[in-house]
Design a protein around this ligand. Structure first.
Ligand code: GSH
Length: 205
């Protein structure tokens, strides 16, 4: 399988960390692609009409996107405990965390548009402030909801890769006043799956 990837994408890293965690990373050929709504990547568009990474290319089968679907598919390819619990409250907790992680990365990207990516004259301060508030509310929710004893699930991978990226891009801080979330991420960053997938590179718009 081939993974259309980006070394500075929280979503792409989530899919790859997931593959490492279930022991499938060596079956995946990782190919870096630059993507931006203002810089069309034809290879990516050929596989995903939204022009976004990650995309998982499967021999003889349709390509899969987005990161949520890729993780769900990969979870069917191994014999270990599923990282997306099949039933019960464990399932909804994992999917909830995954949804909040999508928000973290989405809002972080929006904050970057309103701070560094958009030409200065087009930046809108009220939007920057609103997306920052969504980030801080989400950080607080995670700090309250964190359960240190919970077995690893997709939501942990999604939140860890999102927070790691927010810090990499120097987006609004989640550590101050949130000691549990901060310590949890520090421990998570030591996992071999995270150490094997460092973030690097600049966005090209
Ligand atoms: N919800 C998608 C988001 C994917 C996404 O936004 N990827 C970014 C890279 S960080 C991208 O390719 N952006 C290009 C664009 O928006 O045109 C997922 O979970 O995979």
């Amino acid at each position: 399988m081939q993974l259309l990837y980006q070394t500075h994408s929280p979503y792409a890293r989530k899919a790859l960390v997931f593959a490492h965690e279930i022991g499938l990373a060596d079956r995946i050929d990782v190919v870096h692609h630059e993507t931006s709504p203002t810089l069309r990547n034809e290879t990516v568009y050929a596989q995903n009409p939204m022009g976004k990474v990650p995309v998982l290319i499967r021999p003889g089968l349709p390509a899969l996107f987005d990161s949520d679907i890729i993780c769900a598919y990969l979870d069917t390819l191994h014999d270990g405990a599923p990282l997306i619990p099949i039933e019960g409250e464990a399932r909804w907790r994992a999917l909830h965390w995954q949804a909040v992680a999508q928000g973290l990365a989405d809002f972080g990207i929006k904050v970057r548009w309103e701070t560094v990516r958009r030409p200065e004259a087009l930046r809108y301060e009220a939007l920057r402030a609103a997306y920052t508030a969504k980030l801080t509310e989400s950080y607080d929710w995670l700090e309250r909801d964190l359960d240190d004893a919970e077995p690893l699930h997709v939501g942990h991978i999604a939140v860890a890769t999102a927070l790691s990226w927010l810090e990499f891009r120097e987006l609004p801080d989640f550590r101050a006043g949130r000691p549990r979330l901060s310590a949890w991420l520090d421990a998570f960053e030591q996992r071999p799956s995270m150490r094997a997938t460092p973030l690097s590179g600049e966005t090209h718009d």
